[in-house]
Write a protein that binds this ligand. Structure first.
Ligand code: ARG
Length: 254
């Protein structure tokens, strides 16, 4: 008799556990978890009130739209830029949206969506700098952000450089006079120049190729990739991406 009771209790516990698991599983199904590195205005930054919790920016609005258009809720996991692709491969996040350039090297480990933004690397220098082209960096102290395509560019040019964890740290080094030039993505550079007195942007289209930002998913996750592509294509076609770019570049340069 006693034994039967125990078995029944165990069975009941298992049913409850199964119920919990199902509830968990289905709620997880309604969530689309994007990984980002919210240190990259105007694409992603932390704000007192963002479009997804405290996260705001062009990418965050795009992520929210993608989730909503597919009947899901967008969730953000903020981490170091270098950790994003590993977290994606581990399944810790469903997708990466981080102003991430779709490069051949990254394509070896993840799949990229239809690109939604075209950028280029630029040089941020002091207003009185004599740097006018990328080749002028040869004998200068160069700062980049670790893991960004800007680092790869400078590496490929064969110049020594110092890498920082955040764009703001590299720019601080520049304003403090400890470095001569920061190589970083164009729109983010604009933001730093408008935030800090005495800086300007130098472009060199012959040295820096154009880059395309895209969303990354796990290799072979075509189901999610198709959903994301459909949303991106509709947001490109109806002008949403453009509007967001205008909105956030104005907002951050105020
Ligand atoms: N576009 C550059 C890259 O792909 C920089 C991206 C930085 N993004 C960020 N959220 N911190 O490497």
């Amino acid at each position: 008799m006693k034994r039967v009771t125990k078995v029944t209790a165990l069975a009941a516990a298992m049913v409850m556990l199964a119920g919990t698991l199902t509830a968990c599983g289905s709620s997880k199904g309604d969530t689309l978890t994007f990984g980002t590195n919210a240190e990259f205005p105007p694409f992603e930054f932390v704000a007192s009130e963002g479009v997804i919790g405290q996260y705001d920016g062009i990418d965050m609005a795009i992520a929210k739209n993608i989730a909503e258009q597919n009947g899901m809720t967008a969730e953000i996991e903020n981490m170091e830029f270098d950790s994003l692709l590993v977290a994606l491969q581990n399944g810790q996040i469903d997708a990466v949206i981080a102003g991430m350039t779709a490069t051949d090297e990254r394509r070896e480990t993840v799949d990229f969506s239809t690109p939604y933004y075209t950028a280029t690397q630029v040089m941020i220098v002091k207003e009185d700098s004599d740097i006018a082209a990328a080749s002028d960096m040869a004998d200068k102290r160069i700062c980049v952000v670790q893991g960004y395509t800007g680092e790869v560019c400078v590496q490929d040019m064969g110049y020594p450089y110092e890498a920082f964890k955040k764009g703001t740290e590299a720019v601080l080094e520049l304003t403090n006079g400890k470095c001569d030039v920061v190589v970083i993505d164009s729109a983010t550079a604009q933001k730093y120049v408008s935030d800090n007195e005495g800086l300007k942007i130098v472009e060199d289209a012959s040295a820096f190729e154009s880059e395309e930002y895209a969303i990354a998913v796990q290799k072979g996750n075509t189901e999610l990739l198709e959903k994301i592509n459909k949303s991106i294509e509709s947001m490109l076609a109806d002008g949403t991406v453009n509007e967001l770019a205008v909105k956030y570049t104005e907002a951050v340069s105020e």
